[in-house]
Design a protein around this ligand. Structure first.
Ligand SMILES: Cc1cc2nc3c(=O)[nH]c(=O)nc-3n(C[C@H](O)[C@H](O)[C@H](O)COP(=O)(O)OP(=O)(O)OC[C@H]3O[C@@H](n4cnc5c(N)ncnc54)[C@H](O)[C@@H]3O)c2cc1C
Length: 380
């Protein structure tokens, strides 16, 4: 086994970050800006491929982009001015004035990735073990690397979390989210216009669908070049969960089947079920080239630190998407970590304070997501 020992200079800390998606990049950028030396290890070989979905661009995400001079948030976001609820036959049941700001996962990822130096972003490198007290990570090439702090931003299936909290398991919420994205230009005009400027919902007996515009594939925000993103929460309706999550290669996925990998019978059955939706949503689903699905689950850890290892983003807490807070939470964890390290003389004190505030936040958010989802899907 080779040993690559990082050297601490007079100022700043060597921070080893496992995971180079949103949480890893927010952390790398925030820590570099505070004078630390982050290195990201990402197991994927190339650029991460979007699952194609939308993200609510909460205020702290937009602030992160502006304060770190990454991009003017207006350049990669779309806005709605009204939250609108439809009846089953498509009439407007209720409308509430409210401005919401949206972006796409791919547009945000691209901006964050471009803002982080390639030399400090190692792809095709999986962290296979951590040594919490020594702040050491072992990567899949057999190298041990020691820093001052390790951040595991490994998402909902984090192996570092499994190493540190073997008793913590994601809990399936008994419903799923079908999702899709369609180019505005490919939709009938009347359908695109029905959703323009609104955050539109339909609540059925055991289903909930919503849609909003997000930027186009290259971040375009002008009308005509955007995409319409929808999320359709649905109970299993007697269907077998394993059958839904078995992809085209016959592999049983645990939590999501990405675009292009849903088996035909599964896709057809869900498209047929779109007949129970208001007509504009039915059109939207039928015009979507590729559906994908993710299981809704809850995940909570009792503490986000172990020695000098921090669990961050979805690696620590997964709140249901009704909270629209997954990416914003990752941004919040990251900036709070940078602030804690700047305001405490000792790393231990900084991590303890960070753990207390962010564990409290994550726990509350997961509880709120459970409550929102169970009420909306009539699961109580
Ligand atoms: C490719 C991809 C596409 C996504 N698309 C969407 C979307 O369209 N809409 C949406 O709302 N959310 C999407 N998400 C989820 C969203 O990014 C997260 O819910 C949220 O932003 C929190 O991010 P995270 O960095 O904590 O976790 P994640 O985004 O899940 O990222 C975890 C990262 O860690 C890497 N990783 C895991 N284990 C290891 C290891 N041991 N060693 C090295 N690397 C490791 C993974 O490859 C991944 O890149 C996507 C996630 C990914 C990975």
């Amino acid at each position: 086994m080779s040993q690559d020992k990082s050297h601490q200079s007079d100022t700043g800390l060597d921070v080893l970050i496992s995971g180079g998606s949103m949480g890893g990049l927010f952390t790398g950028i925030a820590l570099a800006r505070s004078g630390h030396r982050p290195t990201v290890y990402e197991q994927s070989a190339g650029a991460l491929e979007s699952r194609g979905g939308g993200i609510v661009a909460q205020q702290n995400i937009r602030r992160f982009l502006s304060e770190h001079d990454i991009v003017d948030p207006a350049d990669i976001t779309t806005r709605s001015r009204e939250r609108r609820f439809l009846t089953e036959n498509g009439d407007i049941e209720r409308a509430v004035s409210e401005t919401m700001v949206f972006t796409s996962w791919d547009a945000l990822y691209r901006q964050l990735r471009d803002a982080f130096p390639d030399e400090q972003y190692r792809t095709d490198t999986e962290v296979v073990a951590v040594e919490p007290e020594a702040a050491t990570v072992t990567t899949d090439d057999g190298t041990d690397r020691t820093g001052d702090v390790v951040v595991a931003a490994e998402g909902g299936q984090s192996t570092t979390r499994a190493q540190l909290h073997s008793d913590v398991k994601p809990e399936f919420a008994s419903y799923v989210a079908w999702r899709g994205v369609v180019d505005e230009a490919d939709l009938p005009t009347v359908c695109a216009e029905a959703f323009d400027g609104t955050f539109t919902f339909y609540q059925g007996a055991d289903q909930l669908i919503l849609a909003y515009f997000i930027p186009g594939p290259d971040g375009e925000t002008e009308r005509g070049s955007r995409r319409l993103n929808w999320v359709w929460y649905d109970t299993l309706n007697g269907r077998d969960r394993d059958a839904i999550f078995t992809d085209t290669s016959g592999t049983e996925q645990r939590f999501s089947v990405p675009p292009g990998e849903l088996r035909d019978p599964v896709r057809h059955r869900q498209r047929e079920r779109a007949g129970t939706l208001p007509p504009v949503f039915e059109t939207l689903v039928s015009e979507t080239p590729d559906l994908f699905v993710q299981a809704i689950y809850d995940l909570t850890v009792p503490t986000m630190i172990a020695g000098r290892v921090c669990l961050l983003g979805d690696g620590a807490f997964v709140a249901r998407p009704h909270t629209a807070a997954g990416t914003a939470k990752a941004a919040g964890d990251s900036t709070a970590l940078a602030d804690a390290l700047s305001s405490h003389g000792s790393v231990e004190d900084a991590l303890a304070e960070w753990d207390q505030t962010r564990t409290e936040y994550g726990t509350t958010l997961v509880a709120r997501g459970k409550q929102m989802g169970d009420v909306r899907l009539n699961l109580n």
